[in-house]
Design a binder for this molecule. Structure first.
Ligand SMILES: [Zn+2]
Length: 603
């Protein structure tokens, strides 16, 4: 079926960007004002950031500029994300991004001049500052790793070149790989990257599903050497920068901005690998029995437990469901949810030229904007609950903090969104006592929320750590080595419950995350905090909710450990992680019990 054009979509299914700017003229006015402000800052402050008061004044001006620039940039990029074919949108977005690049290079002197100032001056500025306190503290923290201004300039000039490995990866994957169709029992099936990942991995016909896997990985393999060379260049460059900047090892360098210790990082990977594995193997065995497979392979892991059970919902029903499901978070939270639906924060549409997947953007001082493709499925309601978690987080943080204090560590940023998924699941279980519905709710939580964050991304994290260990010792990696590591990774986790068939080892080629530092493991970290905090809300009610609101208010004024502590969760120990894994185990136990009751299958 042909997708409709953006202009054919009814207004009520589109988000309302006029909440940011009522007219394009208003957007243009702020665009011009941002450029002007940056020129004024340069005139007024360049070469003069030598005393505390001037530094603080300069950063106040910078914050005012960022507030405008944030809206200008968000407005134009959000418009493109829903209608890629609109040339006006494209033109504004590219104008905005080149203006932003110019502004940031014009104002690069601010950080470098502050870093040249003696520590006492920066300390004094921290005492005087209001909104920029933490910004200055972060600069001071970076100071030992700062190089001479000339060297920094040279490195900045190479900035674009450092992006090359990722560009090669994307080009190989999105432009060069052309997937041929494959044939099963005389019938031809078309194949593509997202067709494989969005459809065939969930296909119920085992012959088709496994044939798709073989065809998909056969194509991947033709590009393994190019992809491995690009990846080796990426990780080697990171190691060089780590060394040049005086970090003891590449892990410390990559974890620096996240404000996370090596111990916290290692714990996520080690504990989940060891303790989650038995539960997930049991879940894999259950799927195997449900589908009557003689052996369970890596190509069968995404199969839904009950594909015929798929409750349908409308956007109006979704509103009521998330409203009730998240009401435990309080009246102000519910009124934000009402506002989101009433004022059209959500783009439900499916149209040509719209981005796939889902995200939430929260321009400072405005509402949030949630992109998704609505398919009338209950899983879409989970997406809304998740994205509203980001909206609620940044509504609180943006109201309570300066713009400088809303840049939350990647370790924590998925906690408020996944918290909503856990709370929403708890609520859904109470709405219907039908065992099949209950099993569907629980298996959705496992196959979406926990599988994605604790299995898929965590296996990526385990693999990344092995690669960086090699790089840290001065070694390098190639396709053969990467495949060997990934195969070992999968075998370690799945044991004899799942056969790691040929092609599974090429999973290292499938994720752009590997070009984003130590990012993969943070999904499980956010979800660990969210699960432990949600369990506390279930146990203690209001006091735990109040603490969670304080966490949302805190923005990035605290590091991940401090944020979690505010929610009553101590991530310096393995307690929250074990609690989360036990919770997953309990859910899988219940799914097994329900499956015996419904289908008579013993797992
Ligand atoms: Zn999210």
């Amino acid at each position: 079926m042909e997708l409709q054009k953006r202009s054919e979509v009814p207004e009520e299914l589109k988000w309302d960007l006029s909440l940011i700017y009522p007219t394009l003229e208003d957007w243009q006015a702020d665009f011009d004002a941002s450029v002007k402000l940056s020129e004024d800052i340069e005139k007024q402050f360049k070469g003069k950031l030598t005393d505390a008061q001037t530094i603080v004044d300069c950063l106040a001006h910078l914050e005012a500029l960022y507030k405008k620039a944030d809206l200008v940039g968000n407005y134009s990029s959000l418009a493109v994300s829903v209608d890629y074919y609109d040339t006006g949108n494209q033109e504004r977005a590219s104008r905005a991004s080149s203006a932003m690049a110019q502004i940031s290079s014009r104002l690069a002197f601010i950080d470098s001049e502050i870093l040249m100032a003696p520590d006492e001056v920066i300390q004094e500025a921290i005492r005087l500052a209001k909104g920029s306190k933490n910004y200055l503290k972060d600069l001071l923290r970076k100071k030992p790793h700062q190089l001479s201004p000339e060297t920094e300039k040279v490195l900045a000039a190479f900035g674009q070149s450092f992006e090359t490995p990722y560009e090669i990866y994307e080009m190989t994957k999105l432009a060069d790989m052309k997937f041929p169709s494959f044939t099963v029992k005389g019938k031809k099936y078309p194949l593509g990257y997202s067709l494989f990942e969005d459809d065939y991995e969930y296909e119920r016909d085992t012959d088709v599903r496994r044939a798709a896997f073989r065809a998909f990985t056969r194509k991947l393999r033709q590009y393994e050497n190019t992809t491995a060379a690009a990846y080796n260049a990426q990780v080697t460059t990171e190691k060089v920068e780590a060394t040049v900047r005086g970090f003891e090892n590449v892990f410390d360098y990559l974890l620096f901005d996240q404000k996370v210790t090596r111990e916290m990082y290692d714990r996520q990977i080690d504990v989940i690998t060891e303790k989650l594995a038995p539960h997930m193997r049991r879940y894999a065995k259950l799927i195997q029995k449900k589908y009557g497979l003689s052996e369970m392979t890596f190509a069968d892991l995404k199969l839904p437990l009950d594909p015929d059970f798929d409750p349908r919902v409308t956007p109006e029903e979704a509103h009521k469901l998330v409203r009730d499901g998240l009401s435990i978070l309080g009246e102000d939270y519910v009124s934000m949810i009402d506002e989101a639906f009433r004022d059209r924060w959500i783009d439900f549409a499916k149209n040509q030229g719209k981005e796939t997947g889902g995200f939430c953007a929260s321009p400072y001082g405005k509402g949030s904007f949630i992109l998704l493709s609505w398919n009338d499925r209950m899983s879409d309601v989970f997406t809304i609950a998740h994205e509203l978690g980001h909206a609620g987080h940044f509504r609180h943080a943006n109201n309570a903090q300066s713009l400088f204090d809303t840049d939350v560590s990647g370790y924590f940023v998925e906690a408020p969104s996944t918290m909503n998924e856990v709370l929403f699941t708890d609520y859904l279980k109470t709405t219907d006592q039908d065992p099949r519905f209950r099993r569907w709710v629980l298996s959705s939580l496992i196959s979406n929320t926990y599988y994605h964050n604790f299995v898929t991304h965590l296996r990526e994290a385990w693999y990344q750590r092995e690669v960086y260990k090699i790089i840290d010792e001065g070694g390098s990696v190639n396709a053969e080595k990467l495949s060997e590591i990934f195969r070992k990774n999968l075998e370690l986790f799945w044991g004899d419950a799942v056969k790691i068939i040929d092609g599974a080892e090429l999973t290292w080629m499938r994720q752009p995350h590997y070009y984003m530092g130590l990012y993969s493991y943070t999904y499980s970290a956010g979800l660990t905090v969210a699960t432990a905090a949600a369990k506390r809300i279930e146990r203690e009610g209001q006091p735990a909710v109040d603490d969670w609101k304080k966490v949302l208010d805190a923005g990035s004024t605290l590091d991940p450990t401090g944020l979690a502590a505010l929610a009553g969760v101590d991530i310096r120990t393995d307690g929250p992680l074990n609690e989360t894994i036990d919770y997953i185990g309990d859910i899988i136990d219940e799914i097994c019990r329900l499956t015996k009751e419904i289908d008579g299958i013993d797992a």
